[in-house]
Design a binder for this molecule. Structure first.
Ligand code: NAD
Length: 247
């Protein structure tokens, strides 16, 4: 069996997920990058060319069959799945609640919340026989804050925190740890597009540290939680937000 520990990163082709991939590769993990963005293919090839272990699996996390295939690809390639950092997600439609259509609401829930459920479902099933696993679900400070024109996004992320607490209870005795991190505003393509669509948001999100995070600062917390340092931590929703939720 491969000696490297094996990890899946969903949304690994961009932003926070990409920073997680870079940090995990530097720490010697074998990484399965899952994204619907095919740029992950070249990213994985570059990691292999530099001596690391990585593969790309084209995945839409809102499709159960895609996620099943993803987890099988990780265990086929690297023998076992030890960890996952689930970053794949989208922003909302940037409207007040009464203007959001049911179809628009269903779409964000399908990706951010139901997609997280599908990832947990298949990742946990793969880890359970070994009684060895750690998963980080990337939620958001928006799970705890009221943000303008963001009720769709806030509710999708608050749901993730509930999912994580329930799953942590179900599998703690099997030595599977499941935690959420709640990033504050982080410099990624997603954050930049949401600022353009929702200028009121920009005012709320740089307080109190008066800056946005670099994606590597969010990745460091996620990697801590799936690693040895997090060995007695489960069921938490950890803000990594420069104090945003207390401001
Ligand atoms: N950037 C921020 O300020 C911020 C703050 C809090 C939480 N977050 C959360 O962090 C996570 C990563 O966001 P980011 O800022 O790095 O965004 P990003 O847009 O840079 O990256 C998101 C990645 O997810 C992928 N993705 C989207 N839908 C997918 C799907 N259905 N299946 C598979 N892949 C899919 C995209 O292709 C992209 O590569 C998201 O869950 C986001 O909600 C971001």
């Amino acid at each position: 069996m491969n000696e490297r520990r094996s990890v899946i990163v969903t949304g690994g082709a961009s932003g926070i997920g990409k920073a997680c991939v870079d940090g995990l590769v530097a720490d010697g993990w074998a990484v399965t990058i899952a994204d619907r963005n095919p740029e992950g293919e070249a990213q994985a090839a570059a990691i292999r060319a530099a001596g690391g272990a990585a593969q790309f699996v084209a995945t839409d996390v809102s499709r159960d069959e895609d996620v099943r295939t993803l987890v099988k690809a990780a265990t086929d390639a690297y023998g076992q799945l030890h960890a996952a950092i689930n970053c794949a997600g989208i922003v909302g439609v940037s409207k007040p609640l009464h203007e959001i259509t049911p179809e628009e609401y269903d779409r964000i829930i399908a990706i951010n919340l139901r997609g997280m459920f599908l990832c947990l479902r298949h990742q946990i099933a793969a880890m359970l026989p070994y009684k060895d696993g750690a998963i980080v679900a990337v939620s958001s400070a928006a799970a705890l804050k009221g943000l303008p024109w963001s009720s769709d996004y806030c509710s999708s992320k608050a749901g993730i925190d509930g999912l994580v607490r329930g799953a942590a209870m179900d599998y703690a005795e099997h030595n599977l740890r499941i935690n959420a991190i709640l990033p504050g505003a982080t410099i990624t393509p997603m954050a930049m597009s949401s600022t353009n669509a929702n200028p009121a948001l920009a005012k709320t999100r740089t307080r109190p540290m008066e800056r946005m995070a670099d994606p590597s600062e969010i990745a460091a917390a996620a990697i801590f939680l799936v690693g040895k340092g997090g060995s007695f931590v489960t069921g938490i929703s950890m803000p990594v937000d420069g104090g945003m939720v207390i401001a």
